[in-house]
Design a protein around this ligand. Sequence first.
Ligand code: PFF
Length: 454
Amino acid sequence: MNKDKLSSRDVFSSKFGVIAAAAGSAVGLGNIWKFPYITGVYGGAAFLFVYLGFIALIGLPVMLSELSIGRKSRRNVFGAFKYLAPNSPWKLVGMLGVAAAVMILAFYGVVAGWSIDYIVKAATGSFAAKSPNEMESMFVNFIEGPVSPILYQLLFMVMTMAIVIIGVKDGIEKYAKFLMPLLVVIIIVLCIRSVTLDGASEGLRFLFNPDFSKLTGDGILSALGHAFFSLSLGMGTLVTYGSYIDDKNNIAVTALQVTIADTVIAILAGIAIFPAVFAFGIEPSSGPGLVFMTLPNVFQQMPGGFFFAILFFLLLTVAALTSSISILEVVVAYFREELNLKRNFSTILATVMISFIGVFCSLSMGILKEYTMFGLNFFDLLDWISANILLPLGGLFISLFVGWYLGRKKIEEEFVKGARIVNWLVMVFIFLVKFIAPGAIAIVFLHGLGLFNF
Ligand code: PFF
């Protein structure tokens, strides 16, 4: 990248803008669609506690590492490694990140498309007087498509493209500043509705009373994968966003705020969902269909449900949008800076490419269902490989890079910009990225893949 381009690089315009954009990336389908169902599958509170441990010991240090790499290099994820570690294979970590972004957005856009369709279904009264079985077949018939889920997926991808094409400050930042407060208001309204239902306490118990016997190796790997997925880590989203943060911001404070926001919203989503699910005697472990098959039943039976259903699927769509723009930006920044393409063209190219792959994810729910690998259809395969392999692997290399390659002095320079950070905190961070994060990722990873037993 030439000097001119570097000096005319985009930056976020305010501190709130930085938080809104980064928290907007973190808070997404992961929090509202995925977190509740995997928590349901792996037994509730025990999974939640392991997840929280991973967030604090691994997520936070990796997030800070990504932001440091981004701001220090002021480049896209591939360019950042190339610049900070010239003539070395480290840039492959950047390449892995761009590949993960393409894979994640391909299936993410499909689920986001479902949620737009469900706003329409909720608003047109499609949930009324349906039995749980009818609700299930409505969902299954819809996702098997083939045409309408693809149209909604493409609609969502166009919305994402429309924001990213405008740019960092007037597109990504501006929309995040508007959409994130909206999301917080909606989720709080839904929580109040849920916990005030008769029989809500059982759902809260499920979420907060751990039973560790349910926690398998697979569950622990999923908790790790989900910590990465939910915090948008391991593929350079926060390297890319970090590269747009100016020196007046303290990235340690930003990382802490974003981690807390993401975790609080995941827990609030659990509080909005489980009490309602239990109050109506529905199984919490129904997997990816939980919010699409189970919740419409809940809404249908609850007072004010028509209104809350619309609000819920709006929440899901808004959350997805502020995340999808961050994923697309990883690829767009790469195209712009490494292939020297203009923002407009890069954005369109990335959107077309990803949407094309996404169409196959959508089709794998229906007409391509028979084509599987390791027992997973194309959609599940992309989800599983990206969340449970690529992101933790990316996180492993990112923490090794910051802890062992960049070294303490360079990190400290980034750390102290924008605020005074006490020395012992820097020491704790270095210790976590050097030893704890990579060690824990490696162990969980090998154990989850069945290569290492304890
Ligand atoms: N964090 C987003 C979510 O929880 O839905 C998804 C995501 C965004 C994953 C960006 C990875 C990423 F780089």
